[in-house]
Write a protein of this length. Structure first.
Length: 305
């Protein structure tokens, strides 16, 4: 029987937005390893695997990171998964993604391989394969933002199959997200604190507490270029749209002022954005609250015509 020893064939497609979400997470953690879960559907027929990645699960607020080590927050991911599964029962865990661009290791580590072989051969593993997506290098200012590699592990098979990037299709299908999660957000542990630079700023701790409780989507980050801390994440606006916002601490200002910007392109708010370019705030939370209020007012008025 020839087909038994035939090499398996893999076809992978990834929703473009899911890969962008991976890259966003990489932008957020440019010193420590990070990662998450790959979700989607698959078909397996006689050695041929069609794998469709339709979404990713964020690592979660209690994930642990160092430059060479990463552990996901399993409880958090389980909740996210159930929330998506409720409206997409066909969805499966396809595997994991994680980053090496921060430590420069160009492929899976010995530890990674050991873990994935163990995972795919575990009796509770849901599929007979495991897909490991690895972010290997950052393309400075490039498109795509990062170079990635794709590896497939199979149950009962000690070969690791690399699927070349040229054989992975990006598709413009909607990304699956857990809808109800944002509204039902539970109190969480504070997000990882960025490394401290310069004198302690009491506003940072207050911002941290405030965002963890009321805007858990906003993450604390540290600018590589200026060394300044900043906050980044989505704001849910009154018209149902989302605006990515970034609130940055001015590294040169002894009084510790903050500025804020958003990616929102709605023409209704163009005037506000111009005005905000010159505005300073005494904390990141003041900046976010004020911007949110002004954007919502503008959108509301714009709607009414
Ligand atoms: Zn690794």
């Amino acid at each position: 029987m020839l087909f038994r020893s035939k090499k398996p064939v893999f076809s992978i497609s990834i929703a473009r937005g899911a890969l962008e979400a991976v890259f966003d997470e990489c932008d957020r953690y440019d010193v420590d390893e990070t990662g998450g879960r790959l979700l989607g559907t698959y078909r397996h027929d006689q050695g041929r695997y069609d794998i469709e990645v339709k979404g990713v699960l964020e690592p979660g607020p209690n994930a642990q990171r160092t430059s060479t080590y990463f552990l996901q927050d399993g409880d958090h991911q389980e909740k996210l998964f159930r929330a998506i599964e409720a409206s997409h029962p066909e969805i499966e865990h396809l595997g994991n993604w994680h980053t090496h661009h921060v430590n420069g290791y160009p492929t899976l580590s010995g530890g990674d391989k050991q873990t994935y072989f163990k995972t795919v051969n575990h009796e509770n593993h849901n599929t007979d394969f495991f897909y490991a997506l690895l972010v290997v290098t950052k393309n400075g200012g490039g498109n795509p933002r990062y170079a990635v590699k794709h590896f497939i592990f199979r149950r009962g098979d000690d070969t690791i199959y690399e699927v070349l990037a040229k054989d992975v299709r990006l598709v413009d299908t909607p990304v699956l997200r857990p809808r109800a999660m944002a509204e039902n957000a539970e109190p969480r542990d504070p997000p990882p604190q960025p490394a401290q630079t310069g004198a302690a700023n009491p506003q940072r701790a207050k911002d941290q507490e405030f965002f963890a409780e009321f805007y858990p989507g906003l993450k604390a980050l540290l600018s590589k270029d200026s060394g300044a801390p900043y906050w980044k994440g989505p704001l849910q606006l009154v018209d149902g749209s989302r605006a990515e916002v970034v609130a940055i601490e001015d590294p040169d200002d002894k009084a510790r002022s903050y500025s804020i910007a958003t990616s929102c392109k709605n023409p209704v708010i163009a005037d506000i954005l111009t005005q905000y370019r010159a505005r300073k705030f005494r904390s990141a939370r003041h900046a976010v609250l004020q911007l949110e209020r002004d954007l919502n007012q503008a959108l509301y008025r714009g709607k009414k015509g």
